[in-house]
Design a protein around this ligand. Sequence first.
Ligand SMILES: C[S@@+](CC[C@H](N)C(=O)[O-])C[C@H]1O[C@@H](n2cnc3c(N)ncnc32)[C@H](O)[C@@H]1O
Length: 202
Amino acid sequence: MRIRQHVNPLGVHFEKFRGAKPRFVAGRPIEVEIGCADAQFLFERAVVDPDRTYVGLEIREDLVDLVNHKARKISAPVHAVFCQAQLHMPEIFGATVVDRVFVNFPDPWFKKKHHARRMVDATLVEGIAGIVRPSGEVFVQSDVWDIALDAMFVLESSGHFVNVAGEWSFWREGNPYGVRSWREQNAEETGLPIWRIMFRRS
Ligand SMILES: C[S@@+](CC[C@H](N)C(=O)[O-])C[C@H]1O[C@@H](n2cnc3c(N)ncnc32)[C@H](O)[C@@H]1O
């Protein structure tokens, strides 16, 4: 199947939520990856800790179908949801709270002229703040300095989170979750630097 490389998240096509909401089981912890692509990170998390629910939010519909097909085939507790994450998190989660939100290598949009298409902005951060439980974690990683800095700025200035590494500081202790996303694996294997940020919901 041919998967589109990028889609423009500002397109009107993405304004209305047309995805399928996962069913959440009361008391079962939830982890969310925003922009999950093939959901390698979530599938590996599900092996490490199968007693949680893993939700991937993704704007490329073909990838969502592939992830859900694989999850059914191997009976993994992973659910991808077709959405524009900035717009649709309240609709997907309602009053459900989650333990962790991961934003792994969020963007193809690192050029200045595409700034408005970036995923981690004040709207996304409000959406994240609306679903993470108190003390819940928000972990962001990027191999693009500008994107990592932008993400730190919006999280830090939102007033909803505490930076675990100290104000305006990157997290220097590596990825503590024991699994890697596809982009993370690729960045590590090709020797790219990775900037990481760890926040807790205040
Ligand atoms: C560079 S890829 C990284 C994929 C994966 N997280 C990884 O680390 O391998 C970023 C992903 O975010 C998705 N994405 C970008 N903007 C989005 C948005 N507003 N809502 C949902 N997904 C989005 C893209 O389609 C893409 O799959």
